[in-house]
Design a protein around this ligand. Structure first.
Ligand code: NAD
Length: 393
């Protein structure tokens, strides 16, 4: 399924970077170590842009400008096809995920999303909620593998609530199963009871475990499977299936089991000890937001959601932040790091991804940060311009 590329070190301190590669269709169960990882031809890529709601359009605009600068600096030709999703789509079409948006994604190499949701739509019926647009997009394209890298940077240690010595060398990849579990299970409610069914199949566990196994092979070869196997039957199935996949197919990878309550604690007490954290949908949602605090702000965390053909939805981990929308306060770095993940994993533009990440880290080193991180911080537009300037320098 996933074909992984070589590990490279791109920063002052060793950071594990891995690449996922598109095959024409499926998706060999084995992967190849390539020696040359970048797409050298100057081809045109089609990316669906999904600005969404709240600060979504603001961080999306930042990404649009940075991609335009990248065209100038690196000759990268990415055609952005802007489409509706979330609350904006409900207002315009009555649906949080219009068919037009789905059709556009079917033609695209990747999709880049700002964020969806906001108080305007909070009292809508379940079918008219902005977040449903995102859930439907994940289901429609079978985006079962969610990657959330948690990498601390020395220039940002002081913004984390954790002590700086705990943040040294934190480089963790959370692999979250994204299309199963209680988020997608049968739901019902009456006045006195409610139920959300958490169901997982062997196949769902196997495919995301294989993705985690391949990623671990490119890193330190260690997976922590996070579950609640002392209580939940689904967790016990996860343990059985995941351990079989790793033992049978990834002899160089070690897997340990950890209960989710313990994992929540160890993420704060010894975060640098984790390499790849594999977990189900609900636990991954919660743990990745907790882990975001290691980096200093929710506004710094990118994500990728991939299917077996490596079509990817790239988006910041944060939501639409209605409390700061429209004020130029949104931190665009999570979105820009998501662009770097898109360049690397769906478009095979490794050198360009590296260049963008370098510009972002240069900005961090120079204290070019938004107000969520420093009181006298810069605006979304100023940060965007700073990154663009460094790209075209
Ligand atoms: P949120 O992530 O939008 O905001 C949480 C806090 O972090 C807020 O104080 C916000 O101002 C701050 N914040 C978030 N992103 C920031 C950024 N880039 N720069 C600076 N500060 C930032 O989460 P929430 O408040 O729980 O949810 C708001 C809305 O977003 C809800 O409607 C929710 O359903 C939706 N949501 C959408 C997504 C998504 O689109 N993927 C994810 C989570 C939440």
């Amino acid at each position: 399924m996933f074909e992984l590329m070589k590990i490279r070190r791109t920063r002052a301190r060793p950071v594990r970077v891995f690449c996922l590669r598109t095959q024409e269709a499926l998706i060999s169960e084995h992967f190849r170590m390539d020696t040359e990882s970048s797409n050298t031809g100057k081809q045109t890529f089609n990316v669906v842009g999904l600005p969404g709601d709240g600060i979504g359009p603001e961080v999306y605009e930042s990404a649009r400008r940075v991609l335009a600068a990248m065209q100038e600096s690196h000759g990268v030709n990415i055609v952005l096809d802007e489409q509706l999703i979330g609350g904006a789509a409900i207002d315009a079409t009555g649906s949080p995920l219009p068919q037009h948006t789905i059709n556009a994604c079917k033609q695209a190499d990747a999709a880049l999303l700002g964020a969806v949701g906001g108080p305007k739509w909070d009292n809508n019926t379940a079918e008219q909620r902005p977040e449903l647009g995102l859930l439907k997009l994940r289901a429609e394209f079978n985006l079962f593998c969610n990657l959330r890298p948690i990498v601390t940077h020395p220039a940002l240690h002081s913004f984390s609530p954790l002590k700086p010595d705990r943040l040294e060398n934190v480089d963790l990849m959370i692999v979250r199963e994204l299309t199963g579990g209680s988020y997608f299970g049968k739901k019902w409610r009456d006045d006195d009871q409610a139920e959300d069914v958490c169901r997982y199949t062997r196949k769902e566990i196997e495919r995301v475990t294989r993705a985690a196994g391949r990623i671990a092979q490119q890193r330190d070869g260690r997976i922590t499977l996070v579950d609640k196997a002392n209580v939940l039957e689904t967790s016990r199935l996860w343990r059985t299936v995941a351990s079989t996949v790793i033992e049978d197919e990834f002899p160089g990878v070690a897997m340990e089991n950890m209960y989710v309550d313990a994992a929540a604690m160890h993420l704060l007490t010894r975060p640098a000890d984790f390499d790849v954290m594999l977990t189900e949908n609900l636990f991954g949602d919660i743990l990745s937001d907790e882990a975001s605090m290691l980096c200093g702000s929710l506004g710094l965390l990118p994500s990728a959601s991939l299917n077996e053909k490596l079509f990817g939805l790239y988006e910041p981990v944060h939501g639409s932040a209605p409390d700061i929308a429209g004020q130029g306060l949104a931190n665009p770095y999570a979105m820009l790091l998501s662009v770097a993940m898109m360049l690397r994993h769906s478009l095979s533009l490794d050198q360009e991804a590296d260049a963008l990440e370098r510009c972002i880290h240069d900005c961090w080193n120079e204290g070019i940060l938004t107000k969520d991180l420093r009181r006298d911080g810069f605006s979304t537009l100023q940060i965007t311009e700073a990154v663009c300037e460094r790209l075209v320098r």
